[in-house]
Design a protein around this ligand. Structure first.
Ligand code: B1M
Length: 216
């Protein structure tokens, strides 16, 4: 297979042997780490999602695909461009309660960290109390919640309602992202229950531009 196709295939097949060598070759050929992730590896992940969703792929294989994705991102990360900016603001990032998906959240972490933000990534399955405690403790300027399950979109709504009832909505602008969310749900439904700022980020780059806007 041609290199691009092979890298995509590695994610679909969960094949790690020789992954680093292929990543090196792709970079040597002039592909940026971000283009490898966005244009090749995430394409493979999309196929995995489709195969899993239609019952053609079982969970242990999805896990292997996720491992390839994580290994690749960790390998590429030191090669990514970083700005010299520093101290642009601090964000607490979490995957919401009940949800283990963290590849997207961790990409958001990398993109924000590489672009001058201080990211406090508290991990997966985080209840709202833990998120707010971390935001308080680290004096965060914003909170980012990720979640991929449909159930997580409901949890996000509950979290915002909780923040509103505690009167902390003005303190923390919230960024939301994840495959099950839609812009309309965030901007029409969630904004109406949250007296502070709440924004939908389609991907990690929109997350970055939103942070830039929030901190301006
Ligand atoms: Co899961 N899973 N999974 N899974 N999994 C989905 C989400 C699913 C859509 C697959 C499917 O059925 N087609 C489906 C959800 C269906 C639904 O809710 N309606 C699903 C399911 C059902 C499940 C389990 C319930 C399966 C089971 O146990 N029977 C289980 C859930 C367990 C739980 O959470 N309690 C489960 C488990 C897993 C694995 C552990 C095997 C693995 C996760 C490994 C890991 O993350 N460490 C996994 C995977 C890999 C997927 C798919 C195939 C791929 C997800 C992924 O990493 N995508 C996924 C299919 C899909 O998403 N369509 C699926 C790549 C990643 C970069 O994209 O996270 O969307 P994403 O991030 C994007 C944007 O969304 C955005 O930026 C990123 C791009 O730049 N973004 C943000 C995300 N968060 C953001 C936050 C921001 C800003 C932007 O600011 C704060």
């Amino acid at each position: 297979l041609p290199l691009d196709e092979r890298l995509k295939r590695r994610v679909i097949d969960g094949e790690r042997n020789g992954l680093e060598a292929d990543l090196d070759t792709a970079m040597a050929q002039g592909r940026t780490p971000l283009s490898i992730i966005n244009d090749l590896l995430l394409d493979g992940m999309k196929v995995v999602g489709e195969l899993f969703g239609s019952g053609q792929m079982q969970l242990p294989f999805v896990l292997q695909s996720a491992e390839v994705m994580k290994t690749a991102v960790a390998y590429l990360e030191p090669h990514m461009e970083k700005t010299d900016d520093d101290g642009k603001g601090r964000i607490v990032l979490a995957t919401v309660k009940g949800d283990v998906h963290d590849i997207g959240k961790n990409l958001v972490d990398i993109i924000l960290s590489n672009n001058g933000y201080d990211v406090v990534n508290i991990g997966i399955k985080q209840p709202i109390n833990a998120i707010l405690d971390a935001a308080e403790e680290h004096r965060a300027d914003a909170i980012g919640m990720s979640g991929l399950l449909v159930k997580s979109t409901v949890i996000m709504k509950e979290n915002l309602a909780e923040m509103a009832s505690r009167g902390v909505a003005e303190r923390w602008p919230v960024l939301l992202g994840g495959a099950a969310l839609t812009r309309a749900y965030v901007e029409d439904d969630l904004r109406s229950i949250y007296p502070g700022q709440v924004h939908y980020a389609r991907d990690a780059f929109e997350g970055l531009s939103l942070m830039d806007r929030v901190m301006a």
